[in-house]
Write a protein that binds this ligand. Structure first.
Ligand code: FPP
Length: 259
C-alpha cells in the first residue's frame, strides 16, 4: 500500500475518488474485519504519549466507517480492546475506556443518521459500569440502522469465545436439550458472539505485524488476510479502498468456480 501522507489535500481527495470508483467496479467484500494496530508506535515516533495514538486511532475508526459506507461494505468488525489489553498499565486502559465513552457519545447521531447499527461483543462484564453503559446506549440508539453493522470487539479474545461456546453447548447437553450428534460446525457457530453474522471476507491488520492475535479465529477460516505497514492512526479511506482493490485482485486470481 502506498503512503500518501505528504500529498496535498486536492491530490489526496482526487486519488481517494479514483480508488473508490475503481473499487466499486469489482466485488466488494461484504464483511471486513480489522486488527487496528500501531497506535502506540504512531505516538512514540512523534514523542507523544501512547494515549495520543489511541485518540488518533479513534479518528481512523471514523475513516474506516465512512469508507465502508461509501464502498458498500455491509459489516465492519473492529478489534477495539482485547482480553490481553487488560494487562496494559492502568492509565492506558483508562484512556482507552474514556475514548470508547467519548466515541459513543460523539458519533451516535451521525452513525444513526447514516444507518449504521453498532454491535458490541466480548466479555463486557469486565468493563467499568460507565463504559459498559455507554456502549450499550450506543447499541440501543443505533439498533435500527440497516445500511451497515459496525461490530466492536471489546474485552474480546477468540479462545475465550470458543471456550464459552463449548460451555454453552455442554450446559444444553446436560440439561437434556442437545444430543452430542447434533453438534456440528454450524451448531457450534450459533453459540459464538457472532452467531448469524456472515464470516469476514477480508481481514486487515495494520502496522506490519503478521499475526492474528486471538481475533475471530473461528470466523476467519476463509478470509483473505492483508497486512499493511501503515500504522492504524494513518490508515485513511485511501488505504481502505486500496485494501478492497487488493482483495479484488486476489478474488480474480483465486475466483470461485461456478457450479
Ligand atoms: C493497538 O495499538 C490498538 C489498540 C490496543 C486499541 C485500538 C483502539 C482504538 C483504535 C481507539 C478506540 C476505538 C474505538 C472504537 C473508538 P497498540 O497500542 O498496540 O500499538 P503498538 O503496537 O504500536 O504499541
Amino acid at each position: 500500500m502506498s503512503e500518501c501522507g505528504a500529498m496535498p489535500d486536492t491530490e489526496r481527495s482526487e486519488r481517494r475518488e479514483r480508488l473508490l470508483v475503481e473499487a466499486l467496479r469489482g466485488e466488494v467484500p461484504a464483511h471486513v474485519a480489522i486488527i487496528m494496530d500501531g497506535n502506540g508506535r504512531w505516538a512514540e515516533s512523534r514523542g507523544l504519549p501512547r494515549w495520543e495514538g489511541h485518540r488518533e486511532g479513534a479518528k481512523a475508526v471514523r475513516e474506516a466507517v465512512v469508507a465502508s459506507l461509501e464502498v458498500g461494505v455491509r459489516q465492519l468488525t473492529l478489534y477495539a480492546f482485547s482480553n490481553e489489553n487488560w494487562l496494559r498499565p492502568a492509565t492506558e486502559i483508562a484512556a482507552l475506556m474514556d475514548l470508547l465513552v467519548e466515541y459513543a457519545a460523539s458519533e451516535v447521531e451521525e452513525l444513526r443518521e447514516r444507518g449504521v447499527r453498532v454491535r458490541v461483543f466480548g466479555d463486557l462484564e469486565r468493563l467499568a459500569p460507565e463504559a459498559r453503559a455507554a456502549v450499550q446506549r450506543l447499541e440501543a440508539a443505533t439498533g435500527a440502522g440497516e445500511k451497515m453493522s459496525l461490530n466492536l470487539a471489546i474485552s474480546y479474545g477468540s479462545r475465550s469465545e470458543i471456550a464459552r461456546a463449548a460451555r454453552r453447548l455442554v450446559e444444553q447437553a446436560l440439561a437434556g436439550a442437545l444430543r452430542p450428534e447434533e453438534v456440528d460446525a454450524e451448531r457450534f457457530a450459533r453459540e459464538l458472539y457472532t452467531a448469524g453474522w456472515p464470516d469476514p471476507d477480508l481481514l486487515i491488520r495494520t502496522s506490519g505485524e503478521q499475526r492474528v492475535s486471538n481475533f475471530l479465529l473461528w470466523q476467519i477460516a476463509y478470509a483473505e488476510l492483508l497486512v499493511t505497514p501503515v500504522l492504524w492512526p494513518d490508515f485513511d479511506q485511501t488505504h481502505f479502498f486500496e485494501a478492497v482493490l487488493e482483495y479484488q485482485r486476489r478474488e480474480r486470481r483465486y475466483g470461485r468456480v461456478e457450479v
